[in-house]
Each structure stands twice: as structure tokens, then as C-alpha cells.
Design a binder for this molecule. Structure first.
Ligand SMILES: *Cc1c(COP(=O)(O)O)cnc(C)c1O
Ligand SMILES: [Zn+2]
Length: 395
């Protein structure tokens, strides 16, 4: 008989030790690092054909077999996922590339792709017994957590830097979360959130310190392959903060390969960071397996202001294994690219998403991406949350 989820166990991403998934899961006991959810892919391959997904509603839960929630009634959803893969023909011509696609994640609930990860993490945590949450965030993850916890009927305490965008503070408040402003960066918010969670019996939703946010973001990869008719693009250009999206999509494509639902080479992943916070770019250029924390991180692209990503080694592994790379762009160039994306394709992008266009142009100029290729840019959020970065009339 087929299952709703083919979840099987948890696996340490450092040493491979496995654990049953029978309660709230955080990081691995053995190595203190990221746990991945593993599925019974051989059984899934025998029992399910990829065509079943076609007739289901276009949201991320259509891939329920490859998601961690076992009881359909436990899903906390606001309709996340199922976003368009736009064929950007005008921009492609302007940039000089054969085929350019934009995965438009700004259409998600709460305006960013954070909705995918938070929907998966809150649903699973509630399914295995969480009664309340803490959430450290550069901004957008807090807004998503506030909305999904409201929908779940569970309290959440969010912790964000004092200078996070006002849209993120307001969405957290309007959705009824307890907003705590931290004098510091997301790393400082993270430390406080973890200690409050431990003191008060709450579950901390820091990305990759629980295994399910990456599962939610994995569905971007599943959708891209599905939307291309079950094949992969040549390259994916991704604005990288904590790296959950790159790590998730990389894992998702590997699962699809193992299932025999796609074949061929994985897309090359390119991580785009900001000049003022580029720990992954530095590690990539230095050829190291881990990244040192970036001192005095500053950028207007708040999603990229993650000075010390916990899963640095997994991001770098994804770049290396796919033959991709990493580079940093300036805030001014990102903001200029917001105008280009909107005026050529009508996509009102967040600065993080716009950074991928700047990245693409650099990667083409240095020969990393060729003119005959098919490339996907990830616009990770809506520009409507960042209107103060844009000029008004006469400004
Ligand atoms: C969080 C965030 C990012 C970075 O995402 P990761 O998957 O953690 O690297 C990029 N863009 C926006 C808009 C974000 O909110
Ligand atoms: Zn281990």
C-alpha cells in the first residue's frame, strides 16, 4: 500500500549515523551538525509514478511522498509553493543567453520562499509534539513563522536584529507573534533564541538546526524539474544566506535521480552573496571546506546577512559537487537590477533575487556560464517588502 510520506529515518550529514525520526529533531548527537531526512526511495520508486503529481493542486504539498509529514491532517498550509517558472525572453536577449527562467518565489504566502521551509518545519514539529516555537531571523523567516504559527494555533517568539526591515517587524506583530528586537546580527538572535527555547520548553526553528526547513525548500528543486518536463537546467543562480535553498534543491535533485524520475547531470549551483557579507565566497575562493564568520556583516539584502552559516560545509559541497561557484555583488548593483527585472519582465523582485541577475552577468562575462545555456534565477521574495529601497516620483 502506498504511504502519504515515505519518510524513513534521519541521517547525520557528517558521519552518516542514522536515527529514528520519532520525536522533535534538532542537530545530530554524534557530530553536532545537520541532520537530513531520508526516505524509503526504493519503495517509493516501486509504488509511485511521477505522473501522480500532475493532477494534484499546485502547491508544494503535492510532493507529499517526499516530505516529512506523515498525517495529511497535520499539514499547516497557506498555499505555499506552486510558483511560476517564468520564461524571461526579453531579459535573455538583453543578457545574451539562450534561455533564462525566473522562479518567482515572491508569490508565496508572506511574500518569500521562507514560507516553504516554515510550512514544512512547523507542520512536522507540531505533528511530533511541539507546543510553541522560537525563531531567530534576519527578517523574512520571522514573518513566515509568525503567520504559520498563527495558523497552527501555537505561540512563537521571534528574535530579529533591531535594524531588520519594518515590513518584517510589522508582519510578525500583525500575526500575533512575540517580537524581540536584538541589538546585533542574526547570529546573536540565534544564540538568544536557542537559550530561550531551552529554558521555556519551546522548539527552535533556526534553519538547518532542525531538519525540515530544508525539506520545504527542496520543493523548489522538485518544481523546477517538474515544470521543465522532468529535466534539469544547466545552472541555478541562487542568493545565498544560510544556504537552505541550495542545500535543499541539491538534495531534491539527488532524490529525483535516485528515483529514476530524472536523469543527467545536476545543474551547476552558483551562490551569490553581498559584498558586505560573503563568507561562502571567501571560503570558495580559498578552497576551504568550511567558512569563517564574516566580520561586521552589512548589506541591505537582509536575507543575505548571515555571517556564519551553520551548514557552510553543505553549501560548499553542493557548489563543488555540481561544478558551480560563488561570487559577491554590491548593494547598489542589486538595487539597480531590481529596476531591470521589473522593467524588462515585470518581476518586482527583492534585492536578494535581483542579486542573481548581477551574478549571472558576471558569470557570463568570466565564461562560467555560456551563451547557449539554460539558466534559472531564483527570485526568492517579493520587492513589495522592500519598497523603501526604490525611488519614488521625483526622487
Ligand atoms: C532567507 C533569504 C535568502 C537566503 O536564503 P537561504 O536559503 O537561507 O540561503 C534569500 N533571499 C531572501 C528574500 C530571503 O529571505
Ligand atoms: Zn555524525
Amino acid at each position: 500500500m502506498t504511504s502519504f510520506s515515505y519518510i524513513d529515518h534521519l541521517e547525520c550529514t557528517i558521519c552518516g549515523k542514522t536515527y529514528p525520526y520519532d520525536g522533535l529533531a534538532t542537530i545530530s548527537v554524534c557530530c553536532g551538525k545537520v541532520l537530513f531526512v531520508r526516505y524509503d526511495l526504493p519503495r517509493l520508486r516501486r509504488e509511485v509514478q511521477r505522473s501522480v503529481f500532475d493532477s494534484r493542486p499546485a502547491n508544494m504539498w503535492r510532493y507529499n511522498e517526499l516530505l516529512p509529514v506523515t498525517d495529511p491532517d497535520e499539514i499547516i498550509t497557506l498555499g505555499e509553493g506552486g510558483t511560476p517558472l517564468l520564461n524571461a525572453t526579453t531579459l535573455a536577449r538583453q543578457v545574451g543567453i539562450r534561455r533564462l527562467l525566473i522562479k518567482e518565489e515572491g508569490l508565496n504566502p508572506t511574500g518569500t520562499f521562507k514560507a516553504r521551509g516554515i510550512s514544512a518545519a512547523v507542520s512536522k514539529a507540531v505533528e511530533v509534539g511541539a507546543r510553541g516555537f522560537t525563531m531567530p531571523s534576519a527578517g523574512n523567516a520571522a514573518g513566515a513563522a509568525a503567520a504559520y504559527c498563527a495558523r497552527a494555533g501555537t505561540p512563537v517568539k521571534v528574535f530579529m536584529p533591531q535594524d531588520a526591515p519594518s515590513s518584517n517587524k510589522k508582519e510578525s506583530i500583525v500575526a500575533g507573534s512575540e517580537l524581540n528586537l536584538v541589538d546585533g546580527l542574526i547570529s546573536d538572535a540565534g544564540r538568544i533564541a536557542v537559550s530561550v527555547a531551552a529554558e521555556q520548553g519551546l522548539f527552535d526553528l533556526s534553519t538547518l538546526k532542525e531538519p525540515c526547513r530544508a525539506e520545504g525548500k527542496k520543493t523548489m528543486g522538485l518544481e523546477i524539474a517538474h515544470q521543465l518536463g522532468w529535466r534539469m537546467p544547466d545552472a541555478i543562480v541562487y542568493p545565498t544566506g544560510g544556504g537552505t535553498g541550495i542545500i535543499g534543491m541539491h538534495k531534491g535533485f539527488q532524490e529525483l535521480l535516485e528515483l529514476g524520475w530524472i536523469e543527467g547531470k545536476l545543474p551547476r549551483f552558483y551562490a551569490i552573496q553581498a559584498d558586505g557579507c560573503q563568507p561562502i565566497v571567501k571560503a570558495w575562493n580559498d578552497g576551504t571546506d568550511t567558512a569563517d564568520p564574516w566580520p561586521n556583516a552589512t548589506t541591505k539584502a537582509d536575507g543575505l546577512r548571515v555571517p556564519g552559516p551553520f551548514a557552510d560545509y553543505l553549501i560548499l559541497q553542493a557548489l563543488r559537487e555540481t561544478g558551480g561557484g560563488a561570487l559577491a555583488v554590491s548593494d547598489d548593483d542589486m538595487i539597480e537590477a531590481m529596476y531591470t527585472l521589473a522593467s524588462t519582465e515585470g518581476v518586482i523582485a527583492c534585492p536578494e533575487g535581483a542579486a542573481t541577475l548581477v551574478g549571472l552577468q558576471r558569470l557570463m562575462a568570466d565564461g562560467s556560464i555560456g551563451a547557449d545555456e539554460e539558466v534559472v534565477l531564483l527570485n526568492t521574495g517579493s520587492g513589495y517588502k522592500y519598497l523603501d529601497l526604490l525611488r519614488g516620483p521625483g526622487e
